[in-house]
Ligand binder design. Structure first.
Ligand code: NAP
Length: 320
């Protein structure tokens, strides 16, 4: 690619709430952003991000009656396009952030020439909730299976539900879920929790929370929606079925940062490091927003907010 031919001002990698908000802002600033939105894959990649895997979103401000996750993302996408964002349903296979303009490959990563070049790059590749890889898990997501208690707990009023995991997230979410559910069974593969003592104590003191130790989930049961959970005791080998209608999976998240290893500073757990109170990474002109750099809040609205910040940071950096 000759540099003069097609060097974009801004390329945005990823198209969840963070990436599409960055696209709306940079498009309105007449930067004609290129948005490489990803491609669906069997490993959980999803243009539009994690909201494409949820049903109703009731806590995104501006929608008093709620909105379906996919519809919200399609609206954001249309809003970005309306202002001139150039969206490509492609998957980035390689980046080179060591020289300017920055280079991005889709398709063959060994191709001599990059597919795109850009003066500034905004990374919004998100994170994936780790899953259990059960036979019917993906099919019943949004129909009883959830990876987000804050998002979906409300739908389990007076239900008997379970949560799998023994870390702080599982304890925090189990406590949160007791606001709605009749009972919450924590299914944990060992007989010791990984969670901090204070979170353990709080969960153990909650009369609505029960613990099922040394137990793994082997499948989610149900046709149109979840009707039960198949479990197995790892010590005795005993198999049983739990009569529950909701399963929350809280076994951790993994940020989608493999592409940037060795090029951008990241924490030991893979989350990108950004400047305090900003979205700048350690490479000038490269910004990160949304779940790829946020292991704390992980909400659509916080991702969208940081996408706006990344767009403003990129715009100011390009002007300077
Ligand atoms: P985590 O600490 O990595 O815990 C994951 C849990 O899931 C562990 O108990 C693990 O079991 C279990 N697990 C992992 N893979 C599994 C599998 N395939 N099948 C069954 N169980 C599986 O993750 P997290 O709870 O999301 O926390 C992530 C980080 O955020 C931690 O540093 C945590 O302290 C922090 N955090 C803090 C707060 C807070 O302070 N308010 C709230 C949430 C998260 P094992 O224990 O057997 O490995």
């Amino acid at each position: 690619m000759s540099e003069s031919s097609d060097v974009r001002d801004v390329a945005i990698i990823g198209s969840g709430p963070a990436g599409l908000t960055a696209a709306i802002y940079t498009a309105r600033a007449s930067l004609e952003p290129l948005v490489i939105e990803g491609e669906p894959s069997s490993t959980g990649d999803q243009p539009g991000g994690q909201l494409m895997l949820t049903t109703e979103v009731e806590n995104f401000p501006g929608f008093p009656d709620g909105i379906m996750g996919p519809e919200l993302m399609m609206n954001c996408r249309a809003q970005a396009e309306r202002f001139g964002a150039d969206l490509r349903t492609e998957k980035v296979t390689k980046v080179d952030l060591s020289a300017r303009p920055f280079s991005i490959w889709v398709g063959d990563p060994d191709a001599a020439e990059p597919t795109y070049q850009a003066k500034a790059v905004i990374i919004s590749t998100g994170a994936k909730a780790l899953m259990l890889d059960l036979p019917n898990e993906q099919r019943l997501i949004g129909r009883g299976v959830s990876t987000c208690a804050t998002c979906d707990g409300f739908f389990f009023r007076d239900a008997d539900i379970a949560i799998v995991g023994g870390g702080d997230s599982a304890m925090e979410e189990a406590n949160f879920l007791t606001k709605f559910a009749k009972s919450v069974t924590v299914v944990h593969r060992r007989e010791e929790l990984r969670a901090s003592q204070i979170m353990q104590d709080r969960a153990m003191a909650n009369p609505k929370i029960k613990f099922l130790w040394n137990t793994v989930v082997t499948d989610v049961l149900g046709d149109d929606s979840m009707t039960g959970l198949a479990v197995e005791n790892v010590q005795t080998g005993e198999k049983s079925e739990l009569d529950i209608t909701g399963l929350f999976i809280a076994i951790g998240h993994r940020p989608n940062t493999d592409l940037f290893k060795g090029q951008l500073e990241m924490k030991d757990n893979g989350y990108l490091i950004t400047a305090p109170h900003g979205t700048q990474t350690n490479v000038e002109g490269v910004f990160a927003c949304g779940d790829v750099q946020d292991e704390t809040y992980r909400q659509a609205i916080t991702a969208a907010g940081s996408g706006c910040a990344a767009a403003l940071d990129a715009e100011r950096w390009l002007e300077a």
